[in-house]
Design a protein around this ligand. Structure first.
Ligand code: NAP
Ligand code: GDD
Length: 349
């Protein structure tokens, strides 16, 4: 039987690294697009990297960039993939306020470039396309939980760039019959999460404080709430979405939400610590009492507040559960346990 060929954009990111492992286990030939960088950006896929000249190679990396049609098109026209997972993005919401034009070029036009390449290479009937859509599309919704029926109201350049991609994916599905589907994924984390996202910042910061390598963790909005899942569960859902008979846009979430403050308290509990809070707003801080001494370990800083915030997100993924027959393996405490134990072991990082 001929092996399926998959192309992953963003293979060096959190999701790309987990998805590549999953597809290799499923016997795919995996191609990934990586950016040229002056320092190594392949750390997350080091353990699956294959030397260029080995026999029966199943992982191939290509230099490319979503801002360049030529680079994307040359890979797609050469490998003619059965499945494309478009995971590449400038994925940081706060950074998108500082770099809105670049964010839109990559996150919005980048998606269009891939879809156009599929069309121009006449792969409409062969290539299935997955778009990494996001709960950021919902903004600050009036409804308690968000499903495929909840109206969109984006509140950041990141969200708005992803809104374009959500619609262009649907447009190419309806106009050209491409199997193109959106996974509307809520926040998902893991030991491989980028270090400037809040969960990793907390797990790593608290681990460093525990190991006496750092004194204080500076943080932004403690009361913001998110529906946090595990990336391993969510990349499995991405794969399942492309294995369906028909392309569907599906919400993937845990259906539970926690505040940033809760997340800190649970990580502290993992370390055997109880944290106390004092002050309000940017003057709030968190401290421990150790040997009768008050030790400040968290300080709120205005630097990490956003020009526009999404206060609370919680997904309703009933449709995905029905269609994909999909079950989550992780809850918040299992996620925290994995992140904390990883950060405590990686003492050098
Ligand atoms: P991530 O860790 O930030 O990874 C992003 C990937 O995109 C990296 O491989 C990065 O390469 C690559 N990339 C950035 N700009 C690029 C460009 N111009 N050309 C080619 N590649 C580029 O993100 P993630 O958490 O894995 O998320 C994967 C996707 O899901 C993203 O599209 C994100 O927006 C979306 N999403 C994520 C979540 C979540 O909670 N994680 C939720 C919903 C949707 P470098 O390694 O070289 O930087
Ligand atoms: N990054 C960060 N750093 N966020 C902080 C901090 C801090 O020091 N302090 C509080 N927060 C709050 C943010 O204001 C936000 O409300 C929440 O923590 C989560 O922030 P992030 O972890 O940066 O994630 P995000 O929700 O903005 O975006 C992530 O999830 C989206 C899906 O909803 C990213 O992965 C996006 O790419 C993804 O689409």
């Amino acid at each position: 039987m001929t092996k399926k060929i998959a192309l992953i954009t963003g293979i060096t990111g959190q999701d790309g690294a987990y998805l590549a492992r999953l597809l290799l286990k499923k016997n795919y030939i995996v191609h990934g697009i990586i950016r040229k960088s002056s320092s190594f950006n392949t750390g997350r896929i080091n353990d699956i990297y294959q030397e260029p000249f080995i026999k029966k190679k199943s992982l191939f990396l290509h230099y490319g960039d979503l801002t360049s049609f030529a680079s994307i098109n040359s890979v797609i026209s050469e490998i003619k993939p059965h499945e494309v997972y478009n995971l590449a993005a400038q994925s940081h919401v706060m950074v998108s306020f500082k770099n809105p034009e670049y964010t839109s070029d990559v996150n919005a036009l980048g998606t269009l470039r891939i879809l156009e390449s599929i069309r121009q290479n006449k792969l409409e009937k062969k290539t299935k396309f997955y778009q990494a859509s996001t709960s950021e599309l919902f903004g600050n919704p009036k409804f308690k939980s968000q499903s495929e029926k909840t109206p969109f109201y984006t509140r950041s350049p990141y969200g708005t760039s992803k809104l374009f991609s959500y619609w262009i994916t649907k447009n190419y599905r309806e106009s050209y019959g491409i199997f193109a589907a959106n996974g509307i994924l809520f926040n998902h984390e893991s030991p491989l999460r980028g270090e400037t996202f809040v969960t990793k910042k907390i797990s790593k910061g608290l681990s460093n404080i525990y190991l006496k390598k750092q004194k204080i963790l500076y943080i932004g909005n403690l009361d913001s709430m998110r529906d946090w899942g595990h990336a391993k569960d969510y990349v499995y859902a991405q794969w399942l979405i492309l294995q369906q008979k028909k392309p569907l846009d599906l919400v993937i979430s845990t259906g539970r939400k926690y505040s940033v403050r809760d997340f800190i308290e649970r990580c502290c509990k993992y370390l055997g610590w109880r944290i106390f809070w004092n002050g309000k707003g940017v003057n709030e801080y968190g401290y421990l009492i150790l040997k009768n001494k008050k030790i400040k370990i968290i300080q709120v800083s205005a630097k990490y507040f956003r020009p526009n915030e999404l206060n609370s997100l919680k997904g309703d993924s009933s449709l995905a559960k029905r269609k994909l027959k999909f079950k989550l393996k992780y809850n918040i405490d299992k996620l925290i346990e994995e992140m904390m134990s990883y950060d405590l072991k990686n003492k050098k990082s």
